[in-house]
Design a protein around this ligand. Sequence first.
Ligand SMILES: C[S@@+](CC[C@H](N)C(=O)[O-])C[C@H]1O[C@@H](n2cnc3c(N)ncnc32)[C@H](O)[C@@H]1O
Length: 392
Amino acid sequence: MAGEALRAADLPGRGRALLAAREILEGEVILSEPPILLYPSSLASLPAYCSACFRSLPPPPHAPAPCPSCRAAAFCSPACAAASHPRLLCAALSRNLAAAPDAHHEALLFLLSAYSLPDPSLRALLSLSSAPASPSHQPPDTSTLHAMVASLAPPHLQPPAFSPDLTAALLSKDRTNSFSIMEPYRPDVPLELRKTRAYAVYLRASLLNHDCLPNACHFDYADRPGPGNTDIVVRALHGISEGREVCISYFAANWRYADRQRRLLEDYGFRCECDRCQVESKWKFDDDDGNEDGDGDDTMEEEHDREDAGDGGDEGMEQEEGSDGGDEDFPHSFFFVRYLCNREDCYGMLAPLPPLPNGDLSHVFECNACGQLKKEEEDDDEPDAGDSSMVN
Ligand SMILES: C[S@@+](CC[C@H](N)C(=O)[O-])C[C@H]1O[C@@H](n2cnc3c(N)ncnc32)[C@H](O)[C@@H]1O
């Protein structure tokens, strides 16, 4: 398709946003970009994934030799070994990063990787939106974390701007802007046990705002061979007319109203007033106390976040008591029929494959969590693909 699909704009009450710069076809790849920052999700994930490209590594006895410096990271190929991994992280792993309290590991992995970035990338990271100050969200103890980074990273590796203030500023970028790159999907692994293999921050994708009825979703193909395996790929769920905002969902689309609102307020600082929220705010759930344990994940990750998906669960589709589930009460049911993966416990989003070279639309949908390919004709009760209500 000719021409840039997206343009950035400032929208009142929503900050920066990405808008369709032209007519976008359903299934079109509208954004594909490499991360500016990529870091492991945990110390436990280090032996399982290449520390440069985050592809799955073979288990012992075929596991590759560890990084000669830190002996903790491993690489899938000589090229990845030459590219290596963030130098402050490597130094910290040699200095027993593992002895730091478990609760701080994720933040330390982020900070050590962010502080290893070249200056332009560090500045770019700082240009992204910050997590809101939220009374219910315990901020990480930034001075403790800064002191830990200072003791784990040798002074000659610390960038000139290294300071407690910069550490605090960096931490405020992580929660709102990081996407999870998930472990490979395995049907035998229960939803709550599926984990993130790495976190990634993308400059342009971080400008995508949230909608509970998104018109786009993202894919990662971390184990795909060839270059660009950690690029984020954003595809249009349906046709989007020029000038419309392109939005993703920051979590699994089946979450129920109260859980969505709580997460968006606490982690992203806004009340969602999308079409779906306006309808569902009038529903009455029979256990409206929500889910107190929250989602346990502090990132912008959307449909792939399996732990999050479990929170909303099937209750996300619950309707008002006594409702007959008719169009009036549940006007967005078409969205779930067409775009929510029907595989048990998946909760991924189904996006059409890109249009064919001759411009014909594909009728095969791909799940961004389990990878299932599903032919549109398989469902009897799905809406007409040309239904104008799907085109916004
Ligand atoms: C990942 S950033 C998206 C880009 C951001 N708007 C910016 O200016 O950089 C997430 C932040 O965007 C804003 N945002 C996202 N979706 C929104 C929505 N539906 N309504 C209002 N604000 C939204 C919130 O401030 C949120 O913390």
